[in-house]
Design a protein around this ligand. Structure first.
Ligand code: OFO
Length: 166
């Protein structure tokens, strides 16, 4: 049986992953609207990936006989000036999720809930991967001298995002 504090944090994380999925879907919509098909595909894929993260925690909670409560989520940000702002928003979002995952891991460890700690290790690795991914995208933009403005670099970044392995 999971301790109530852990159950609360896991449920919070289900909703955070649900929110993350909507954040990326909204970023994808912004890119579609800006004619950035590659970036739109990348963020759409990421939105679906976040949904699988939600399912993963949902399943773990169900295995532990903890009822999941899907809450209401806030509206994701939708106003951006450039693709660079969109990329930065994604990166900042991932940093916040990492904090939540670290807090969950720390709490599970302190409460000696090693089963949840072991479960959450997958998310620790995943967050590392995602921070590396967005860090790589930002480095590529810097390498190109890309500041988000229309032009050849924007076309290159759009194409880069279409094919980047996530
Ligand atoms: Fe971005 O990995 Fe889940 O939230």
């Amino acid at each position: 049986m999971l301790k109530p504090e852990i159950a609360t944090l896991l449920n919070k994380q289900v909703n955070a992953e649900y929110y993350a999925s909507s954040v990326y879907l909204q970023l994808s919509a912004w890119c579609e609207n800006a004619g950035l098909e590659g970036a739109a595909l990348f963020f759409r894929g990421h939105s679906m990936e976040e949904r699988t993260h939600m399912d993963k925690i949902f399943d773990y909670m169900s295995e532990c006989s903890i009822p999941v409560k899907i809450g209401s989520i806030e509206e994701p940000p939708s106003e951006f000036d450039t693709l660079m702002d969109v990329i930065q928003a994604a990166y900042q979002h991932e940093l916040k999720v990492t904090e939540m995952i670290n807090h969950l891991a720390k709490t599970a460890f302190e409460l000696q809930d090693y089963t949840t700690f072991n479960f959450i290790e997958w998310f620790i690795a995943e967050q590392h991967e995602e921070e590396v991914l967005f860090g790589k995208i930002i480095s590529k933009a810097e390498m190109l001298g890309f500041n988000g403005q229309p032009g050849q670099q924007l076309h290159i970044m759009d194409n880069y995002l279409r094919f980047i392995k996530d």
